[in-house]
Write a protein that binds this ligand. Structure first.
Ligand code: COA
Ligand code: ZN
Length: 306
């Protein structure tokens, strides 16, 4: 069976919009439940300004106590050289840069122009390499920007080229506001893949308009084998209006497994992580398959008691 890698982003993308600060210990409990389900790739936090995103103020504390589990890979988001310096100080080995595709989105997100962000991302990637760290680049609002509308795929090809040129190991195509459709995904990859190896791409979809899994399918058809998702569909970006829920990990797993891919992550195991995520956020979380998962659980419990 072909393997697809799941990169769990609930601890960063998932929690960054949550207003009340979640204690480091509670974040660790969520991480632990995901590890127990078999998840091995995570974006755990971001080294951004705590004034911009108070939820990530404990980035260094969290990184200091990440469990060392065989095969576990932890990455962190950094917006600039200061973030890289903080991440390195905290012992991180892989950083993720975020380059939004449009002028306004960069201004809103990190208060820099598109031009400045391009050079800051490239500099930070180069510097990460000098320090012996891995660096990946997200291209955010890669299909549509909440401020500027549709994004030209040719522009995404140029940005990907720049990030690979700077040394990014991977480029992650991010539909930050969940506006993409499969036809756009197909078109974008048809323009990217003649130039770059498909193994260097991953995708990050939000399910705002119920098209995340359709977009995953189109990316799979293009050959992409790594996807971001967030347990319970937790997430959104405070700087992009309309960026509701990430693609839920449980929906992605069920979809991939039913299509004959293996992920190393058990859907049943994820139920425990959804419970932890719900408990620590005080929200009733769960992706589209949650009612079905609950029914399955009730059925197996009644069988045990029968
Ligand atoms: N981590 C912590 N603090 C940082 C930082 C970082 N990576 N980068 C800058 N700062 C600090 C500066 O030291 C300065 O501190 P001071 O006020 O105590 O002097 C303050 O932030 C402002 O610095 P400045 O360079 O003027 O930045 P800014 O106010 O224009 O903000 C960012 C720029 C990038 C730091 C801020 O917008 C940010 O953190 N954005 C992240 C947004 C995010 O997480 N988006 C979602 C993920 S894509
Ligand atoms: Zn996102």
């Amino acid at each position: 069976m072909e393997h697809v890698q799941i990169n769990e982003v609930s601890l960063r993308d998932g929690l960054q919009m949550h207003q009340e600060f979640i204690p480091t210990e509670a974040k660790l409990r969520l991480l632990d439940s995901l590890l127990r389900a078999g998840v091995r790739h995570f974006e755990v936090t971001s080294f951004v300004s705590p004034k911009a995103v108070p939820q990530m103020a404990d980035a260094a504390e969290l990184c200091a106590v990440l469990p060392s589990v065989e095969g576990a890979h932890y990455s962190v988001l950094v917006p600039n050289l200061k973030g890289l310096e903080r991440a390195t100080g905290a012992g991180c080995r892989t950083v993720n840069l975020v380059l939004s595709a449009t002028e306004t989105m960069n201004q809103k997100n990190i208060r820099m122009s598109l031009g400045q962000t391009r050079s800051v991302c490239a500099d930070t990637i180069r510097h990460a390499h000098e320090l012996g760290l891995g660096a990946d680049a997200y291209i955010a609002v890669a299909f549509e920007c909440p401020y500027e509308g549709a994004v030209d795929p040719g522009h995404i090809v140029d940005l990907a080229d720049e990030m690979f040129e700077a040394g990014a190991g991977r480029v992650i195509i991010a539909d930050t506001i969940g506006a993409a459709n499969p036809a756009q995904v197909k078109r974008l990859f048809s323009m990217l893949l003649p130039r770059f190896d498909v193994g260097r791409f991953a995708c990050h979809f939000h399910d705002t308009r119920a098209l995340a899994l359709a977009n995953v399918w189109e990316s799979l058809e293009a050959g992409v084998r790594r996807f971001d998702s967030s347990v319970g569909g937790l997430g959104g970006c405070p700087f992009s209006p309309g960026a509701s829920g990430n693609l839920a990990t449980e929906d992605l797993l069920q979809f991939l497994h039913s299509c004959g891919f293996e992920t190393g992550v058990a859907v049943d195991g994820i139920v425990g992580a959804i419970d932890v995520a719900s408990e620590i956020t005080g929200r009733d979380l769960g992706g589209r398959i949650m009612p079905w998962l609950r029914a399955q659980r009730a059925r197996s419990e009644s069988e045990i008691h029968a």
